[in-house]
Design a protein around this ligand. Structure first.
Ligand code: CO
Length: 216
């Protein structure tokens, strides 16, 4: 059997199983979505948002890219963020990195990867900010890479707080928590690294003059 046909067959079996377990599930799903979470994760096939959090269709709004980056010029990410915050009114945004991240590893090295260089450059900037801390964290390269993954998640979570989208939500009294998580592929467990609930720890230079109730 051709590989893609397997997916169609599995989809049929899955849909039947959902209908048996929960009659009316798809009719309800078709009426709309009201997820409470926005997930910003790595594209890595080993870190699927719904599976590792044991959530169902309709529960998590998802954006994924290489190394779970929050890049302030990325229109794709910003559109997802704005829709999630101002329309869906999600209450939690989770930035989830993972140990063994190929994107972070590539940024740690010097390979010339063409177009990818431009994306990885954002991760190299995180390295430059935390170079001393990463080097001092361990003499073992894998452990240094793990530290790099953790610090990247923290930086990307803080990058969310730097957006006027998040700042506007906070100013409007919209409860919005920003979580930075690392998924440990070898254990299947998530480790919580950072939680940001306000702009207390945000560098002043990133704070906008936000007026209440203004369009995002
Ligand atoms: Co990755």
């Amino acid at each position: 059997m051709e590989l893609h046909k397997r997916l169609i067959l599995q989809n049929k079996a899955w849909a039947e199983e959902q209908n048996e377990k929960n009659p009316g599930f798809f009719e309800d799903l078709a009426t709309g979505q009201s997820p409470k979470y926005l997930w910003i994760g790595c594209s890595d096939s080993r870190v699927p948002a719904n599976e590792i959090t044991d959530t169902h269709a309709g529960e998590v709004f998802v954006h994924r890219n290489i190394a779970n980056m929050v890049v302030h010029t990325d229109l794709n990410l910003l559109s997802v963020l704005q829709y999630a915050v101002s329309v869906l009114k999600v209450e939690h945004i989770i930035v989830c990195g993972h140990y063994g991240c190929g994107g972070v590893k590539a940024a740690f090295e010097h390979g010339n990867l063409g177009l990818l260089n431009k994306w990885l450059r954002n991760i190299k900037d995180v390295y430059r900010l935390h170079e001393a801390e990463i080097k001092e964290s361990s003499s073992d390269e894998e452990e240094r890479l793990n530290k790099f993954v953790e610090l990247n998640v923290e930086e990307q979570t803080m990058n969310l707080a730097k957006t006027s989208i998040v700042q506007q939500a906070w100013a409007d009294g919209h409860r919005l928590m920003l979580h930075g998580w690392v998924f440990d592929i070898s254990s299947g467990l998530v480790i919580e690294k950072v939680l940001i609930e306000d702009d207390k720890n945000l560098d002043d230079i990133y704070k906008y003059d936000i007026e209440k109730g203004v369009q995002y």
